[in-house]
Design a protein around this ligand. Structure first.
Ligand SMILES: Cc1cc2nc3c(=O)[nH]c(=O)nc-3n(C[C@H](O)[C@H](O)[C@H](O)COP(=O)(O)O)c2cc1C
Length: 311
């Protein structure tokens, strides 16, 4: 199948989906600093099916971000049928399906990682999506989940869906039970190659060039999904590709660029959305305590400029 994924140079560096973070402005900055492919925040398939305004707004993107992959979550194959069509109409480049989210509000409704306990349902969701779009479909899974006395692994998952035209799998190298902490299981990601013929992206714990190299070496994956390593460092892609290492004056320019994108896309709310990013951006700065106090209150681009002026 012809798709943009096959034209990406390896290793592929993807912006992994992050709810509340990988919105259009953040994706724009990541793209400018080297991201090869950008996943959206998880987007409700039910929300799209019922044409919720808030959910439809999450499909907005700037052409400069392309290739953009919209990640869907949900548990009803019927909803994925409509959602897949709506995503395709939005002009996005791909559809990803979330089988890895441990957030209580998602799991409580049987979605996210909980779906890994019901591989028949996972199969039906993926099939419903693939049958209703010409866009490349990818999936995001975890290494395993424990279901009473049975452990269901990423390998079981990939075996189950082997006849479906899924092009990419991003494997978060932690089990559901591990949450976001502890060691990454590189071995299972490496083993996935035996069961999956498409592109494999390894995810989890990549925070610098050393961990990136280690993950690629140990998993033999085609690329990496970067997530929390990007907090306050959206240029991480270029750090890995070219050794880009901006000094503070350069970082301030990146911050203001990000703030402008955020304001242009979301208005005043875009500045509120920036606050958490601002705290991440200044994390390494000395004597940042009073600066942080100012940054958590910013309401305008000028407030941000004022706060950063003497840094
Ligand atoms: C705040 C936050 C939001 C996340 N949102 C999503 C999401 O919407 N969809 C998803 O598949 N994973 C989501 N994840 C998981 C990440 O994509 C990634 O798998 C995880 O953070 C492990 O990678 P890391 O160790 O590099 O951060 C989220 C993680 C965090 C910390």
């Amino acid at each position: 199948m012809n798709s943009f994924w096959n034209n990406l140079e390896k290793p592929i560096y993807a912006l992994a989906p992050l709810a509340g973070i990988t919105n259009s402005p953040f994706r724009m900055v990541c793209k400018e600093y080297g991201a090869d492919v950008l996943y959206s925040e998880m987007t409700s398939a039910d929300g799209l099916h019922f044409k919720s305004k808030k959910t439809l707004a999450m499909l907005k993107f700037n052409k400069k971000e392309k290739p953009v992959v919209i990640q869907l979550f949900g548990k009803d194959p019927e909803k994925f049928k409509t959602a897949a069509k709506i995503v395709e109409e939005s002009g996005a480049d791909g559809i990803d399906i979330n089988f890895g989210c441990p957030a209580r509000k998602v799991v409580a409704h049987g979605g996210g990682v909980n779906l890994m306990k019901n591989l028949d349902l996972c199969y039906d969701i993926i099939k419903a999506t693939c049958d209703n779009t010409s866009l490349p479909v990818s999936i995001k899974i975890r290494t395993s989940i424990q279901d009473e006395d049975k452990k269901i692994t990423a390998l079981d998952f990939l075996k189950k869906i082997s006849d479906l035209p899924v092009q990419v799998v991003m494997i978060h190298g932690r089990s559901y039970e591990q949450g976001f902490k502890k060691e990454i299981d590189y071995k299972i990601i490496k083993k996935a190659r035996k069961y999956f013929k498409g592109i494999i992206l390894a995810n989890g714990g990549v925070v610098d060039s050393k961990s990136a190299k280690k993950t690629l070496r140990k998993t033999k994956a085609d690329g990496l999904g970067l997530a929390r390593g990007l907090f306050g460092k959206p240029w991480f892609f270029n750090e890995l590709k070219t050794g880009f290492n901006p000094d503070w004056p350069e970082i301030k320019k990146i911050i203001l660029k990000h703030a402008n994108y955020s304001y242009n896309a979301l208005g005043d709310h875009g500045i509120i959305e920036m606050r958490k990013h601002l705290l991440w951006y200044v994390k390494g700065l000395k004597n940042a305590k009073s600066l942080r106090k100012e940054l958590v209150k910013v309401e305008t681009i000028n407030d941000i400029k004022k706060a950063l002026k003497n840094t």
